[in-house]
Design a protein. Structure first.
Lengths: 324, 511
């Protein structure tokens, strides 16, 4: 009767299985249609492209598990990228400048999350409104501080973060895997992870069971902010600049990956395993359509349809036979 | 149109014939035959999971039967949606009321049936108001029809639901546990309304756990057990023990198990505590004692439990717990000190529905399950199994989702949570609300056991027989203050009610 820590969320285990099958099917389809798809180069490329959005989606999973939402992540990608690149240009010695820049970027992300969490818990404003406001504030601020111009001329070491490979694997991919593993273990094996599910499942019952629900809520937004900043630094390194218009619509990509991964928008149910697979379902689709030379406007339509299809199948499966 | 049925003298108002409903792994309804005549109150009883609610859902069109026939006045009908049920003049009064809180009384009554001039989209508001007033008046109530429903009391909302069904010309009323949220007085008002409807030829299906009510209001009773009809009988021909035996499938011992109260040291003392609408509360609970807390809905009993548990702020006064002054500012502090709250609405305030038995038991005491930085699945499993066995929670598999559990087992899961945190003071808020007869007995026995083990228990209940049967002392609250304390010997239903009823000033202050 020994059972693993997370087996109980059996519904989501099933839904991870479903989405996993969908991803496998997608990979087989593209492998048949394009000879280049299954090459090591292309697969690493997919993982590199997916990593930026997957890291954000992993943070978003924590937020959505508490029945919240974080719309500010896209704009935060721009702001945290600008904070990082601007710190690089202060002119400190290279050995100090790079770690410090990354730290300030992450700090910006953490502060944004803390601010959102503070507004949500202390003023009881719904997460949707708080993060919608932060979305426009951070975007606007990004343009104001840069006067609309990208931050250029960065030290050459910076771009290495995104291009260097360790054991043949690009750093962004490694960061994504690390974020995934830590998030997964946190959610399934720690007290805090359990509290995230409890708060999302039934906030009042969680409070009466002695859980500091406000602390849990603030923490998930901080996690989302910090992971978004991680992504922002990797993206800035890839394009070797801090762009005020970076990350537009990233919040929607992240939410799509989380939802396709089987996490309930009502909270309390889901996993980062699903989110990672969901991110790849969308990432592989984009890559495959590119390889097949599908026009980018058509791609948008196809991606949207696949998201709908994935969520529809999930809904049908969960309802079983009962009539709504 | 079934010719054979037409020849019979007067076919019953509603008849189900061999209804079958299967769910994965269970036969929820097993060839159920049921009849309702006009002008009768037909009670439907049975333990949770017996199939009462499933049958009601089928009659209301919420779910479809797998097999069987439904006849109304002898004609076969197919109830495929709540809308068709409405068209067949079936009115449902739900247990959890299905009204829109932000809409007014009139808007709720006519929701989906707004008077207007088709095809124009506009609602004839004046007519809607006039007719709503008429329906409410016909029931003999006085509720302002332009108030949003969220401002009404539970009893008033029920009146609105009944008015809504009446406005749809319902001839068949189905009431699912209608008195669960009502006070004794409101229950009497509802009963006289039901009697009035019955005299007008309406057929009423009345689902309830409370046997006293069945004897008071019912004409006939049908008992369901495990999806089968055990028996249908005239209410005059059955006795209470017989009814319980049909429901439970075995004879039940005395309703309230005996306990030898050995009062020991004081566990909890409140001195002149004020909090929100609570006024100057002083009380003591001893080890081995069950202190009852009686009062009408809104008397402040739940609020008092919340204030003791640190879930509500206390403005003034002192609280002494285990001989030390104690002022919990959060449930966490109260739990760590050794308190456990078992809320009335277990689904809203007790359980995390997405989690399983094990996780719901361990939730308040995860720190005890740490191995290094991580939770130990093994320790958690062992703890959950230990406590679920101690309370014989069913199913025995602790990884079963709590949503599949009966009311009694849900209560036990929350109790197991507090046993695991090592609670010595238990605050039970309506411990047996929505729990079957058989499981009730079990909960009483557990409470007695806790008391005998030297724990203190504060027991809030609206069921007076339960308070009289279980408690060593009964404290009666009225409008946020303590109206009196009765010892077990001197307490009677009449004395409690007299204390609980506010002194007559303005008779009814509806809004």
């Amino acid at each position: 009767m020994q059972r693993k820590g997370h087996v109980s969320r059996n519904i989501s285990v099933l839904s991870e299985l479903g989405i996993g099958i969908a991803l496998t099917f997608e990979i087989i389809l593209f492998a048949v249609l394009s000879p280049y798809f299954l090459t090591a180069d292309n697969l690493l490329n997919v993982s590199l492209q997916t990593s930026i959005s997957a890291i954000i989606a992993i943070g978003m999973t924590f937020v959505i598990l508490t029945a919240g939402i974080d719309l500010s992540v896209g704009s935060l990608v721009a702001l945290a990228g600008i904070v990082t690149t601007a710190t690089l240009k202060v002119g400190l010695p290279p050995g100090l400048s790079l770690p410090l820049a990354m730290l300030t970027g992450l700090l910006a992300g953490g502060c944004s999350g803390m601010f959102a969490g503070f507004l949500i818990t202390k003023f009881r404003i719904t997460p949707f409104i708080v993060t919608l406001a932060l979305m426009t504030i951070w975007r606007g601020l990004s343009f104001v501080v840069t006067e609309g111009r990208p931050v250029w001329d960065l030290p050459p070491e910076f771009s290495l973060i995104a291009s260097v490979r360790l054991a043949g694997i690009p750093v962004p991919t490694l960061v994504m895997l690390a974020a995934f593993l830590i998030a997964h273990v946190t959610l399934t094996r720690t007290r805090f992870g359990r509290y995230v599910y409890a708060v999302g499942g039934n906030t009042e019952a969680a409070r009466l069971a002695g859980i500091n629900t406000q602390k849990v809520l603030v923490t998930v937004y901080v996690i989302s902010g910090v992971l978004t900043a991680c992504s922002a630094i990797l993206l800035a390194a890839r394009v070797n600049s801090g762009q005020p218009n970076a990350g537009i619509m990233y919040e929607l990509d992240a939410i799509a990956a989380v939802v396709v991964g089987g996490t309930s928008l009502f909270g309390g149910k889901g996993s980062v395993v699903g989110t990672l697979i969901g991110s790849f379902l969308i990432g592989v689709l984009r890559n495959g359509l590119n390889l097949l030379n599908v026009e980018s406007y058509v791609q948008q339509v196809v991606v949207g349809l696949v998201i709908l299809l994935a969520v529809m199948i999930d809904q049908l499966r969960q309802q079983g036979g009962s009539r709504p | 149109m079934d010719a054979a049925e037409m020849n019979k003298p007067t076919p019953p108002l509603l008849q189900t014939h061999s209804i079958v409903k299967r769910y994965p792994g269970v036969l929820a309804l097993d060839h159920v035959d049921f009849q309702l005549n006009d002008g009768e109150v037909h009670c439907l009883v049975g333990e949770n999971g017996a199939g009462k609610t499933t049958l009601m859902h089928i009659l209301s069109g919420a779910i479809a039967p797998d097999d069987g026939k439904i006849l109304i006045n002898g004609n076969e009908v197919h109830i495929t949606s709540p809308r068709t049920a409405q068209g067949l003049r079936i009115g449902i009064i739900h247990q959890d009321q299905k009204l829109v809180p932000e809409l007014t009384v009139a808007e709720n009554i006519f929701l989906g049936n707004e008077p207007g001039l088709n095809p124009w989209p506009f609602i004839k508001t004046a007519e809607m108001h006039r007719m709503s007033r008429q329906w409410i008046a016909q029931i003999g109530e006085n509720i302002a029809i332009d108030l949003p429903v969220r401002l009404l009391s539970t009893a008033q909302r029920q009146i609105v639901e009944i008015a809504k069904a009446l406005s749809q010309q319902a001839r068949i009323f189905i009431l699912d546990e209608p008195t669960a949220p009502l006070t004794a007085r409101e229950t009497q008002t509802l009963f006289s309304l039901l009697k009035k409807l019955r005299s007008e030829g309406v057929g009423i299906i009345y689902i309830s756990h409370r046997l006293e009510e069945i004897f008071e209001i019912g004409d006939r009773v049908t008992v369901l057990r495990d999806g089968k009809v055990v028996s249908t009988a005239d209410i005059r021909d059955v006795g209470r023990p017989e009814l319980i035996r049909w429901m439970v499938g075995r004879p039940l011992q005395e309703e309230f198990p005996v306990r030898r109260a050995t009062l020991r040291k004081e566990v909890l003392r409140l001195e002149h505590v004020w909090s929100g609408n609570l006024k100057d509360i002083s009380l003591t609970v001893h080890q081995g004692e069950i202190l009852g807390l009686a009062g009408l809905v809104g008397a402040g009993r739940t609020e008092l439990a919340g204030a003791i548990f640190g879930a509500r702020r206390r403005d003034r006064g002192t609280m002494v717990f285990n001989k030390n002054e104690f002022n919990p500012r959060s449930p966490r502090e109260a739990i760590d000190a050794g308190m456990g709250l078992l809320p009335e609405d277990r689904n809203r305030f007790g359980l995390i529905p997405e989690m399983n038995i094990r996780e719901n038991i361990s939730l308040a005491n995860l720190q005890a399950l740490a191995s290094g930085f991580f939770l130990s699945p093994r320790k958690e499993h062992e703890a959950a199994v230990e406590y679920s066995q101690r309370l014989s929670i069913k199913p025995t598999d602790v990884s079963a989702p709590v949503q599949t559990l009966s009311g009694g087992n849900r209560q036990k899961v929350i109790l197991a949570r507090w046993l695991f945190t090592g609670s010595r003071l238990f605050l039970f808020d309506e411990p047996t609300a929505g729990i079957d007869v058989g499981a009730k007995h079990e909960i009483y026995e557990i409470m007695n056991q806790l008391a005998q083990d030297g724990c203190g228990i504060l027991m809030i209940s609206s069921e007076l027989p339960e308070l009289l049967g279980m408690c060593d002392r009964i404290m009666v609250m009225c409008e946020g203050a303590i109206a009196g304390v009765l010892s077990k010997e001197e307490a009677t239903q009449e004395k409690i009610l007299a204390l609980a009823t506010p002194p007559a000033k303005e008779a009814s202050d509806a809004a």
